[in-house]
Design a protein around this ligand. Structure first.
Ligand code: NAP
Ligand code: ZN
Length: 377
């Protein structure tokens, strides 16, 4: 495990570094937090560190609402450090930079995703795979999930992040609709790239939520034949508009059977336990289904026969590295891809969570942080 000193370092407070060891000049921050797993989110005031030499301070304009925020605020993964300020799909404007920051200046647009730090010296970090940091990266919120100190996320009016973890956002885009790319975008882009999805392939996306609708858009832009699997027949027309070539209602056994043994790759974004065999049986020989959904309860154990008789694989994938996140943002800017969003006020967050639990989001909630600033002014 990381030493106490390492943990302090990942939090941004480095006792050996005069730039971050200021201690006194903290930034008063307004946000929304859950104080316990049973509490609704409510206004919460806290302090962030003043920017050190390598830090960027960002005024948050928009923050997307990921299902992971809900899992965390309600302690569904049994690893939440309270108080919990969720939010890791952040777009904002730079308000201050440390003296050694070279890539950002005051007034620039900036994005922050799921990570704010990692060890930067392990084998995974060396390959630009900070999300698999051998020493545990620091999450944008709930830092202890991966072994770091607690951190407070984007349901707040500002954030301070080391430059290495800040993303560039191209101007001229709908910024609120760009925010969800920082988690939903990269979490679907990374496995589509890793498993080399492209023209000539038949690719399935399971679940039309925040992640799933980005998966449909991205797989379509990469040139694949895209089939969307949904439990919600009412989402069919939207799925076709978003880029799916076909839509299958996964509860319809006959419709599922028509696709047996035909998929090169399936990306499963479902946030609840379900029968994986229904999907592994649709893979070709050597096909892979990658799980990105992280339900609170386990899936029923998948059939080994479904896997061994066709050398099929079930895999997993976690967000994406910093460089790949920038690549994804640039890819989306180039292809005109953003999220389909429903804008909400900060005070509407608890109702939004209830709708998310019903799969009733078109297709990502985004918090307009001006509503928080107005309320706390
Ligand atoms: P979301 O917007 O709530 O979408 C999930 C979708 O899953 C729903 O819209 C629904 O689609 C489907 N679904 C929900 N309950 C279902 C059920 N009981 N049976 C079948 N389908 C069901 O959630 P999200 O923000 O996209 O996140 C999805 C999951 O990914 C969450 O568990 C989240 O924590 C996880 N996640 C993982 C990573 C990673 O790095 N691996 C990153 C971010 C999020 P239909 O209505 O179309 O069926
Ligand atoms: Zn997320």
């Amino acid at each position: 495990g990381a030493s106490a000193q390492d943990k302090l370092r990942t939090s941004g407070y480095d006792a050996d570094d005069p730039a971050t060891a200021k201690g006194t000049q903290m930034i008063k921050t307004h946000g929304y937090a859950a104080l316990t797993a049973k509490d609704a989110l409510a206004p919460f005031t806290f302090e962030r560190r003043a920017p050190g030499l390598k830090d960027v301070q960002i005024d948050i304009l928009y923050c997307g609402v990921c299902h992971s925020d809900l899992h965390t605020a309600r302690d569904e993964w049994h690893m939440t450090q309270f108080p919990s300020v969720p939010g890791h799909e952040i777009v904002g404007r730079v308000t201050a930079v440390g003296a050694e920051v070279t890539g950002f200046k005051v007034g620039d647009l900036a994005g922050v995703g799921c990570m704010v730090d990692s060890c930067k010296h392990c084998a995974s970090c060396d390959e630009g795979l900070e999300q698999y940091c051998e020493n545990g990266f620091t999450g944008t919120y709930n830092g202890p999930l991966f072994g770091g100190p607690n951190t407070y996320g984007g349901y707040s009016d500002n954030i301070v992040v080391r430059e290495d973890f800040v993303l560039r956002i191209a101007p001229g885009q709908n910024l609120a609709a760009v925010a969800p790319l920082l988690c939903a975008g990269i979490t679907t882009y990374s496995p589509l790239r890793h498993w080399k999805v492209g023209p000539g392939q038949k690719v399935g996306i399971v679940g039309l939520g925040g992640l799933g609708h980005m998966g449909v858009k991205l797989a379509h832009a990469m040139g694949a034949h895209v089939v969307l699997f949904t439990t919600s027949p009412g989402k069919t027309a939207d799925a076709l508009r978003l880029g799916a070539d076909e839509v299958v209602v996964s509860r319809d056994k006959d419709a599922m059977a028509k696709h047996a043994n035909s998929f090169d790759f399936i990306l499963n974004t479902v946030a609840a336990p379900h029968d994986l065999d229904a999907f592994t049986g649709l893979l070709k020989r050597d096909g892979t289904m990658t799980l990105v959904g992280a339900p609170a309860e386990p899936h029923p154990t998948p059939s080994v026969f479904n896997l061994v008789f066709k050398r099929r694989a079930i895999a997993g994938s976690l967000i994406g590295g910093v460089a790949e996140t920038q690549e994804m943002l640039d890819f989306c800017a180039e292809h005109g891809i953003v999220s389909d969003i429903e804008m909400i006020a900060m005070a509407d967050i608890n109702g939004a969570y209830e709708r998310m639990l019903k799969g009733d989001v078109k297709y990502r909630f985004v918090i307009d942080m001006a509503t928080l600033k107005a309320a706390s002014a």
